[in-house]
Design a protein around this ligand. Structure first.
Ligand SMILES: C[S@+](CC[C@H](N)C(=O)[O-])C[C@H]1O[C@@H](n2cnc3c(N)ncnc32)[C@H](O)[C@@H]1O
Length: 359
């Protein structure tokens, strides 16, 4: 951990694969057959480890010492926080997937602005270095590439990188929603500290935190796999058919942080449900500052009185968060070739919007 504090803001990597042989048929198990040794090698390179695992008929979900890993037959999502070296996993995963006959179709990387940037190891301290690293790590066939730093009115930025074998037109990809929260309500954050002398397992304590915090109600249909860290900290993965959700909490006062991420099926009903779920997730923390990024392809829901998909997403996110007393401070959108459109919004608790957005 950095001497200054634990870095809650995660780095997120999503790799999508296809069969190396044209006409090779659908992927039944694909990446879910990655050998344990290959996963361990990738996580060792990142400097984190599995603390809990669960799976259903569609995907496998791992809680890590630093966030989460999701494995679908053709998609891997690796999200890590602290001072992990996330991008070091890329060459390991590409090699291991290649041994299963899979080749990379797209790569997407995203992160917010760190609380403690000076503590990050190469290449993560500087987005330009991350982009150079990724450009060197992904195969040349992914020739449609773009990186962007999406601004807000304040100091928060959303960093995105995408590389793809095509510039669009593929089947719609699941919509991904990433919510980052800082300055959590102190009383709510205190729920993520263990009681001194509690001898129960990390899973049992995590289950209690899931129920007490309301996180279990974000998607009541989910199978929840929760883990409590000592003396504080919490991570959970939720599995609901093809949909995953994940919550991570750093409750330490002074640098408190929580994140909520979910991805649904690639259809607009699922998107509407996912966008509504962010209110329940944010209500569990009552943060002073929130950012929401939504990455979508194809036909995302189109609300009445909006002219385009990005405006619809902005409106749906604002509609979800404004009843919690959060006021939208900024909206941005960018198109990533092969990865769709990314929207980015920042919100602050109405009472402190001046303090945070007009330093
Ligand atoms: C891994 S969790 C959740 C990470 C998530 N990205 C976040 O910060 O919200 C991080 C929290 O667990 C605490 N923690 C305790 N032991 C830890 C460990 N061995 N590895 C990582 N975090 C640990 C940290 O101090 C922090 O409060």
């Amino acid at each position: 951990m950095a001497s200054s504090g634990f870095e809650g803001f995660e780095k997120r990597l999503e790799l999508v694969f296809t069969h190396a042989v044209v006409g090779g048929g659908g992927l039944q198990h694909g990446l879910r057959l990655l050998p344990v040794e290959a996963l361990r090698e990738a996580l060792d390179a990142v400097q984190c480890a599995v603390v809990s695992a669960a799976g259903n008929a569609v995907f496998d979900a791992y809680v890590l010492s630093e966030s989460s890993l999701f494995l679908y037959p053709s998609r891997v999502i690796l999200k890590t926080c602290g001072t992990t070296r996330l991008l070091r996993a890329v060459p390991v995963l590409l090699r291991a997937a290649g041994e299963l006959g899979l080749c990379l179709r797209s790569c997407r990387y995203s992160r917010g602005s760190y609380l403690f940037p000076e503590a990050q190891p190469f290449p993560h301290a500087d987005f330009a270095d991350e982009v150079r690293y990724l450009d060197g790590a992904v195969p040349g066939e992914l020739r449609f590439r773009r990186s962007a730093v999406m601004p807000s009115r304040g100091s928060h930025r959303w960093h995105v990188y995408s590389a793809s074998t095509s510039d669009g037109g593929d089947a719609p990809q699941p919509t991904v929603i990433e919510v980052c929260m800082t300055e959590l309500d102190r009383t709510l954050a205190a729920q993520f500290y263990q009681r001194p002398g509690d001898a129960r397992t990390s899973h049992a304590i995590g289950d209690e935190m899931t129920a007490a915090s309301g996180i279990g109600g974000v998607n009541p249909r989910s199978l929840v796999c929760a883990y409590a860290f000592a003396p504080c900290g919490y991570s959970m993965n939720g599995l609901d058919g093809a949909r995953y959700a994940t919550v991570h909490v750093t409750p330490e006062d002074g640098h408190s942080y929580a994140s909520y991420e979910c991805a649904g099926d690639a259809d607009s009903d699922s998107d509407a449900g996912a966008l509504a779920s962010i209110r329940r997730a944010v209500a569990a923390f009552r943060p002073a500052v929130v950012s929401v990024s939504v990455c979508y392809t194809g036909a995302v829901l189109l609300l009445p009185n909006t002219t385009d998909a990005a405006s619809s997403v902005w409106a749906a996110v604002a509609r979800a968060l404004e009843p919690l007393g959060l006021a939208c401070q900024s909206e941005a959108a960018d198109d990533l070739p092969g990865a769709g459109t990314v929207t980015y919004q920042t919100f602050t608790a109405a009472a402190c919007s001046d303090r945070h957005e007009n330093p």
